[in-house]
Design a binder for this molecule. Structure first.
Ligand SMILES: [Zn+2]
Length: 467
């Protein structure tokens, strides 16, 4: 039975009222710092003395470049990660299969025809359909939002609609990337363009997934730079006629086989109980996918390598997963859920790093309040590196499918100031990342995963997760 938030809240309240079970939590929480201070310091010392996370990410991204689902570069990168995990002496290193969507960009271009000829930088949005070989040539209608589109609905037919939506936040503004093509197609537009979803201007387009609606004919959809969106908007305001030619070879092939990459340190006392952590190995087909999300899988992998190197074996198993296909399908997260359906009840915690491996501030946590108190206490061990803030709410796309089955979830929180400057663009490269900050991310992941995996009692799920 699917659990609604209301039912979870009700059951949590019941757990609180039940008393004895919950009453243990404060005592356990107080014991965490004295019990784990020394080992946490060892893990942090090792992480900060060891800059191999950045080097490893540089090698991954230099060797294989970007890693779109269905691409050969992704499969070669997964092989390299698995080989590296074996060379590190990690345990139970293996791949778990997942079928992934296979979208191919092909050649693409956007030419301004009127009022003056110019080639505009563009990126087709992931999942978009292509144009006929000769492209789509049409006048442009610029709108700032859906309201403005509705107000000019009668002018959209036969045109290319440009959404010049101001950046509010990624979560808010990405709506236009996700569903803009459908909104424009419903009014008879022949294609759509998007002001890139980014707070920072480098005259560079940012790609990302877009979605169609089975009831509306799909139209080609591409991102342009913030600067060019503003220019086209000014031209329209001046009353100039704007005509562009959009050419895209984008198309979707049959699903392709891919894999989640898995490695472990098997638990000393309760090997069937698991803390799973990781990031996603796939990326968009631009830049080198360094911060989204090569850095995420590398810091989790490094955290496990450090535990191994220090000879640490917690009570429970710590498992690292490089999930596949976060960007355009979440098939890796779903495959993990299905492959481990029988043991999800024994998944104590899932941690994802997918917000850029910048300076870490702590974690966001989704689970019972009694579990929040425990991970909050664990987080305090990270005060030395300023990563001790554990906030309510958090997770990640790859762990979402198992969180929906009751596994407590957690996302690494980092300084997000610059993440969306580079996100899904050609500028997502390793040079933007700092070795020291990446090492701090490794330290945070290592301490959180190790301590939660070693606690005498499993992280309390509360009555909501009873099975
Ligand atoms: Zn990502």
């Amino acid at each position: 039975m699917p659990r609604t938030p209301a039912i979870v809240a009700l059951l949590s309240a019941a757990a609180l009222a039940a008393g004895p079970l919950h009453a243990q939590a404060p005592a356990d929480t107080a014991a965490i710092a004295p019990r784990y201070r020394a080992v946490a310091d060892r893990l942090m010392d090792a992480a900060l003395a060891d800059s191999s996370a950045w080097q490893r990410l540089a090698e991954l991204t230099d060797r294989f470049g970007n890693r779109l689902s269905g691409s050969e570069s992704l499969e070669r990168a997964i092989d390299w990660i698995l080989d590296g995990m074996r060379r590190d002496g990690l345990e139970h290193v293996h791949a778990e299969p997942a079928m992934v969507p296979h979208w191919v960009r092909g050649a693409e271009s956007l030419e301004l025809v009127e009022p003056r000829p110019a080639r505009l930088p563009m990126l087709g949005l992931g999942g978009s359909v292509g144009t006929p070989p000769e492209g789509v040539t049409a006048p442009v209608l610029v709108v700032s939002d859906y309201d403005e589109l509705a107000a000019h609905a009668s002018e959209a037919r036969g045109r290319i609609v440009l959404f010049d939506a101001p950046y509010v936040s990624y979560g808010v503004t990405v709506e236009y990337r996700a569903h803009g093509a459908v909104a424009a197609a419903k009014l008879g537009a022949v294609a759509a363009l998007l002001r890139s979803v980014s707070p920072f201007e480098m005259r560079q387009p940012h790609t990302g997934a877009t979605y169609y609606d089975a009831t509306v004919k799909p139209i080609p959809f591409a991102a342009i730079s913030i600067e060019d969106a503003a220019m086209l908007h000014r031209m329209q305001a001046r009353g100039q006629r704007i005509v562009v030619t959009l050419k895209m070879e984008a198309h979707t092939l049959p699903d392709a086989p891919s894999r989640n990459a898995v490695a472990e340190i098997t638990g000393a006392e309760r090997p069937d109980e698991v803390v799973v952590m990781g990031g996603h190995t796939d990326s968009w087909d631009v830049g080198t996918g360094a911060m989204d999300d090569g850095g995420g899988i590398v810091v989790a992998w490094e955290a496990l390598r450090l535990m191994k190197r220090l000879g640490l074996r917690p009570r429970r198993t710590v498992r690292v997963v490089g999930w596949v296909n976060e960007e355009n399908g979440d098939r890796g997260g779903e495959a993990y859920r299905d492959a481990h359906a029988a043991d999800l009840a024994k998944h104590v915690l899932a941690i994802e790093s997918d917000g850029g491996v910048f300076r870490p501030s702590g974690f966001g946590f989704s689970g019972s309040d009694s579990a929040l108190a425990v991970v909050h206490a664990v987080g305090r061990l990270l005060a030395r590196i300023g990563a001790d803030t554990v906030t309510k709410g958090g997770g990640g796309t790859d762990i979402e499918p198992i969180m929906a089955r009751g596994v407590p979830g957690m996302g690494l929180n980092t300084d997000g100031t610059r993440y969306f400057w580079y996100h899904h663009s050609d500028a997502d490269t390793v040079d933007k990342l700092d070795p020291r900050e990446m090492a701090e991310c490794v330290a945070a992941m290592a301490v959180m995963a190790y301590v939660v995996a070693d606690l005498p009692e499993p992280l309390p799920r509360g009555a909501a997760a009873a099975h």
